[in-house]
Design a protein. Sequence first.
Lengths: 438, 481
Amino acid sequence: MEFKEKLISSYLAFEEDMDLSDSVHDTRAEALKVFEEKGFPTKRDEAWKYTSLDSLIREDYALFPKSEASIELKDVKKYFLYDTDTYKVIFIDGVYSPFLSNTTHDGLDVCLMSAALTKPKYRDLINTYFNKIAPGDDSLTALNTSYAKEGAYVYIPKNSVAEKPIEIIHFSSGNEEALWLQPRNLVVVDKNSQVQIIERHQSLTEHPVVTNSVTEIYVHQEAFVDYYKLQNDLPTASLIDNTYITQEKKSHASVHTFALGGKLIRNNLRFYHKGEHILSTLKGVTILEGKQHVDHSTLVHHSQPNCESHQDYKGIFSERSEGVFNGQILVDKIAQKTNAFQQNNNVLLDDKATVNSKPQLEIFADDVKCSHGCTIGQMDEEALFYLRTRGIPKKEAKALMTYAFANNVLESVQLPSLKKRINGQIARKLGVNLGFEL
Amino acid sequence: MAYTEEELKKELETKEYEYGFYTDIESDTFPVGLNEDVIRKISEKKEEPEWMTQWRLEAYENFKEMTEPEWANVNYKKPDLQAISYYSAPKTKPKYESLDEVDPELLNTFDKLGISLEEQKKLAGVAVDIVIDSVSVATTFKETLAEKGIVFCSISEAIQKHPELVKKYIGTVIPPKDNYYAALNSAVFTDGSFCYIPKGVRCPMELSTYFRINQAGTGQFERTLVIADESSYVSYLEGCTAPSRDENQLHAAVVELIAMDDAEIKYSTVQNWYPGDKDGKGGVFNFVTKRGLCHTRSKISWTQVETGSAVTWKYPSCILKGDHSIGEFYSIAVTNNYQQADTGTKMVHLGKNTRSTIISKGISAGKSQNSYRGLVQVGARAKNARNFSQCDSLLMGNDCGAHTFPYIEAKSNSAQIEHEATTSKIGEDQIFYCNQRGIDTEKAIALIVNGFSKEVLNKLPMEFAVEAQKLLEISLEGSVG
């Protein structure tokens, strides 16, 4: 049986545990129809021109893990950014782990999507926010919606600041031969509030796992959301990340994506503007080796005047790795005085590495400042030589230049310990210890 | 009194197509429709050898399997290919010895276009191969070229006189099944130009062709083949205009360039087909496939000024097959009223040390849409490939759009690729600065647009640069502010 068929037929089993009279159920059923009709995207779809899911969907995956896995804190502690002092929402094979998590309802809500979807007190919020910005016609998003059940739910009320960052971590235990996960997250940040979120997917064994995740983020007036995606998984794990962000006036949303490992990573990042004076920031660092494949697909839809967006994606590719950047800036006719910038720089270190870049501008307003730049090149030999004449060995010199290359993105990371960790990961990848931090 | 933006806009909108007139020459036109018989009849009419007929029919077989492409960022009602007449030739098939024999009506047409044959002959030193509705009616300067061994004639003549060259090269750069319109063109092309520059010859003058769609309801399917043999050089100019017509006319041309080792081809186009009136009615559909093949150390340079056509769909490309070969693309695309243009280039780097440059300037005004779509591809074997691309768009008014769709694919770690694009409008401070120095707003705008396009205009041969500048002025007069 093809995997698509399996997904469609398994839905009946999934439905059995659900409340069928619920309005969310209609949304799920409708989404399944979309997926059934559209199926998985292929290379013939313009948005998937450079990324093929064929190798993933040829395999068979378990959709519902049979046994509940338990993992010791000491085994996974190293994946936490902080031991304490963060809210944590931890899932093992898609199932919530109360033992590892640290949730709250004190002032703000950091809890579970399953609770939000079923408990009556969240009903209004779910009706207002659930599946409202995720596009109905995207097949992978629809697939996620049809199986939407568990994930993180974050609600920050008006005029408040989440004092601790929130860590959302999805572990896969390896209990199953191969696993297909579909977490669904919802983040609502009300007026004049702030939150910092770190999201991570981590497999603990080399059993293949594919995660098709959807996150909807609502940023209300004057709110600030600082979101970090840490993608440093084993080379057997794949991730399709769909993140949809809608912003109200004078808000600021920033998403940093660090794609440092995985078999296939696809990031669909979409920003929609609902008011004026909005700032959107999209930054990413990609460092790949082996046969890894990362595809960043971004969209910033400027539909209101006086907004600003900045995109900056850096990629370093060695061995046979492949990088794709597909950035789109859309400026509607009414979105005058838009400032939109897009930058994509790539370094190819080995001869078999590939970069495909497609930075697009679609502009319908005349009083705008929009630009994009894209470069593909290699390490500057002369700069390397210069460093070596100053007694810095070749490997360290290369690492230093890599740091410098990625620094534009790193320097805007607001969490010092996250920055330190990413620096450490980059250093490990390059096999050097520079003895200082940037 | 100051010239306000509104006034400028109005003036532009009411500006009629200056070249919209119709020459009353008796034409020999086929009944409408497309089928095998029509293709055979075209071939027969042209007295073509059997291999050519077969080649056309094969292309038609391929064509039947294909569907019209829809990926371009343009919106139009698809032309009904069965409602077009595929052959239209001036009836009295003129083969003139001198200009005096030419139908005076025809000469008038050229006078109105501002290209007087005599004048060009005397002053400009341009050999003009004029194509009116598919059949080449006048070729000048042939003798001078013949002395050097250069072949410059219509493609039908070339099929008769130099079948070995045509057979060897036609369809090698753009195979008949390349795309929908190339296949259509391969099946039904009625005329076009052929040019062969022998080894080591530097063509002493700019070669030029003028295309014009005249008869109503005829599609123009011309085919151009330019071959520059080893170490030769040629500069080729192409200009196009079409009279005002309300129904959309289809233009699906194919241009193939082949630059052998160390050769250089410079191909310049000024395209000024009828763009439709201010309500977007009528106008030419310009669906053109242009591609050049570069052998070792050769160079192909495309320069285009696109101001006309209701819908443009055109990507002059370079296949940089030979080592050290160079591809260049310089383009200005101006759209106004309801015009739509989706144009750009493809640079395919296959050989080592290949270089390419792309400079594209898009200017959109009125309610038009202007897209740049380009591909820079570096193959795994293309060591040290180098590309620089720059696409700038200028928006005038708030009803138009400017879009950029660059595709960049690199498979070699020694490749160096840069791409940058900007979109902006003419700054009020720039205009203010000019006003302050006593330059009125309209002149200031012309000045700024000229500066914006200068990088490309500079690449045009002298004879064309003047015309191109005039065209820019006509197309944009008063549309900015």
